[in-house]
Design a protein. Structure first.
Length: 261
């Protein structure tokens, strides 16, 4: 029996390794039953706290605003795409005082926009073509572990490869830090800012954005820095005044196709 308003628990269906090997089922289902790996103790007070928090959310937020949540349950209509860092301290809805349904969200380590990332490309396509979002916010934050790793160098395989995409920002920050004689802390803030600007350039260079330039209208593009020590947002790139779309992007001229006679 389930109690109305209680979080629901669903059991993972059992499966066989053979089905997984044949690609019939996602391999993650194999893990709990078949792998003998050490794990944390079964009790988790953190998870209990989260579930208790959900009950509190239903009581203090969801039920008093039932009409709003009923409306967004039928359809989401966010006007903003948020591209931020995965950091646990950076919550886009909380920091902007927004309700669920306000922003379509993509987060990864160091708020990076990569050229060969099918994940972000699909998100952009869905956000622009189907949701018709009007604004894209790329938000970095102070005390970012990813940014510190770009500065110090990191040797773990996947993280190192990923953070290479921010290498251009480090070159710029190195230059600025040398010229201004910045401390390490000051330089990390500059590197975070330069990384936001670099990722915006990456964003503008993606095919989906470049192709939309010809079709329009394009979303306005904004670059923000969230200061985790103060809860404050600094606007680095202000897209609010960009009439009809983001600031111009240099698009390579198309070659004219010769017609054979
Ligand atoms: Zn971060």
């Amino acid at each position: 029996m389930t109690i109305k308003g209680e979080p629901q628990v669903h059991d993972t269906p059992t499966t066989s390794p053979a089905k997984v090997m044949r690609g019939l089922l996602p391999c993650r289902i194999l893990f709990p039953q078949d792998a003998h790996v050490p794990s944390f103790p079964a009790m988790s007070s953190t998870i209990d706290t989260l579930l208790a928090g959900n009950r509190q959310f239903i009581k203090s937020e969801f039920q008093p605003n039932a009409e709003y949540y009923r409306t967004i349950a039928t359809k989401q209509t966010p006007k903003v795409l948020w591209i931020g860092c995965s950091d646990s301290r950076v919550s886009e809805h909380q920091m902007t005082g927004s309700k669920p349904g306000t922003m379509f969200v993509h987060r990864n380590v160091a708020n990076i926009i990569a050229f060969n990332d099918g994940n972000i490309s699909a998100i952009l396509e869905y956000a622009m073509v189907h949701l018709k979002i009007e604004d894209i916010i790329v938000c970095g934050h102070t005390r970012c572990g990813g940014i510190a790793a770009i500065e110090d160098g990191v040797h773990e395989n996947y993280i190192a490869d990923w953070l290479c995409i921010g290498a251009g920002a480090k070159a710029k920050a190195d230059e600025i830090a040398r010229a201004r004689g910045l401390s390490r802390e000051e330089k990390l803030v500059v590197l975070t800012e330069e990384n936001v600007k670099l990722q915006i350039q990456h964003l503008k260079s993606l095919c989906i954005i470049r192709n939309m330039i010809e079709k329009g209208p394009l979303p306005r593009i904004h670059g923000w820095l969230y200061r985790v020590e103060e809860g404050r947002v600094d606007v680095l790139v202000d897209g609010r005044n960009a009439a009809g779309g983001p600031s111009p992007v240099t698009v390579p001229a198309r070659r004219k196709t010769r017609t054979r006679r």
